[in-house]
Design a protein. Structure first.
Length: 385
């Protein structure tokens, strides 16, 4: 399975083509729109989320709510594009008409300056329009399709916010508790008292024209053991998940299970002892987050990821005009003071893609029923190994 996205932040639409989904799987626009709606929420979001009401149109690969096995095309219209026609138009421009909203003052922390250098753009809007996190709406749409597939296989995936700007939920929750309460509030934090601390941190950053980051967690349940491979570096599934997570805008760190705490622990408290009962093999702990040797071990997959503060600031940092080489304050684009709750949704969906892709690579899967039968045979084999 693979996918390709296209579209700019203020362009007419975002377009996605997904190839490799099995046939005869239920898929509707509503199933995808529910996930897109979650991405637009969260405390600390900016005015863009009030303008864009993301909904998807399925234009190929599905007939009467059932996948055909052919490429699936998804389209998300940018409602705000109508206000940007003279800025982001596709047709050639009259040479006598100046280009509107030209950006020559790159924002620190963004792709603006380096992207302009690489692609030889003197108007840095040509960089920021594509490097914008707006593209993550398309990736959530892809992940929503993958979640629909995983659901048919009995695999559940969900996420939560662990920390925002130093306000951290230190509780050691049972997975079922996280699953039931991760969407209870607008910061996606299980503990309501910590959730209010997070809102206070966000408000404080916003009042100063600043931004704030945090940490999210994604959990995947019921993935069978043996998905991924140890035989080569680029076939290790945890490596693939890590790369995909780090590719999300503003994500700077990723770990699994006990993650960063492992540097403080002896090996005896990090490795997960193996046991066996009538259901098969299992681990007595899950410090490794469901992976051993680049492969799933049957335990829940636990992905922890850190998002840096959004680099677009309303109190901009020093920059240099690329034309005059004079010092200036960086350009200001409309932005969020905190997007960590929304980022947890994005992270959840990029992980869903990697898990679904690996399963489709592992098992013959032209048709959904064929895939389900192959996975059940694999589970039966693993249990008796």
């Amino acid at each position: 399975m693979r996918f390709l996205t296209a579209g700019e932040s203020h362009g007419p639409k975002l377009t996605v083509i997904i190839e490799g989904m099995p046939s005869n799987m239920e898929l509707t626009s509503d199933m995808i729109n529910q996930e897109l709606f979650k991405r637009q929420g969260g405390y600390g979001r900016g005015r863009r989320m009030q303008i864009e009401k993301d909904t998807v149109e399925i234009t190929s690969g599905v007939r009467h709510g059932i996948t055909l096995g052919s490429p699936i095309t998804l389209v998300i219209t940018n409602d705000d594009h109508k206000h940007w026609l003279k800025v982001m138009g596709v047709d050639p421009k009259d040479d006598t008409e100046p280009i509107k909203r030209v950006i020559t003052k790159p924002r620190p922390g963004h792709a603006d300056l380096v992207g302009g250098m690489k692609y030889r753009h003197r108007d840095l809007r040509n960089v920021l329009e594509r490097s914008s996190a707006r593209e993550t709406a398309a990736r959530v749409a892809v992940g929503a399709v993958c979640k629909a597939l995983l659901n048919q296989l009995g695999i559940e995936i969900f996420s939560r916010v662990v920390e925002i700007g130093g306000a951290r939920d230190h509780h050691d929750y049972e997975i079922e508790e996280i699953k039931q309460h991760n969407d209870n509030n607008d910061v996606r934090c299980i503990d309501e008292a910590v959730a209010q601390q997070m809102r206070d941190v966000i408000d404080n950053a916003k009042s100063k024209g600043d931004s704030i980051g945090g940490e999210v967690q994604v959990i995947v349940q019921n993935v069978p053991a043996g998905i991924g491979s140890y035989v080569h570096y680029d076939r290790k599934l945890d490596g693939k998940v890590a790369q995909s997570v780090i590719s999300i805008n503003a994500f700077k760190a990723v770990s699994f299970g006990a993650g960063n705490d492992m540097k403080h622990l002896p090996g005896s408290l990090v490795q997960d002892p193996i046991a066996y009962n009538e259901t098969g093999y299992y681990r007595l702990s899950n410090q490794l987050g469901g992976f051993e040797g680049g492969m799933t071990n049957g335990m829940p997959i636990i992905v922890n990821a850190v998002m840096k503060p959004i680099p677009t600031l309303y109190k901009p940092l020093d920059s240099v005009d690329i034309n005059t080489k004079e010092s200036y304050k960086a350009s200001i684009e409309r932005s969020d003071s905190c997007a960590v709750p929304a980022a947890s949704i994005v992270c959840e969906h990029v992980v869903a893609f990697e898990i679904a892709k690996e399963i489709l690579d592992e098992f013959q899967s032209n048709d959904l029923m064929q895939l389900q039968e192959n996975i059940e045979r694999h589970k039966a084999y693993i249990k008796e190994f």
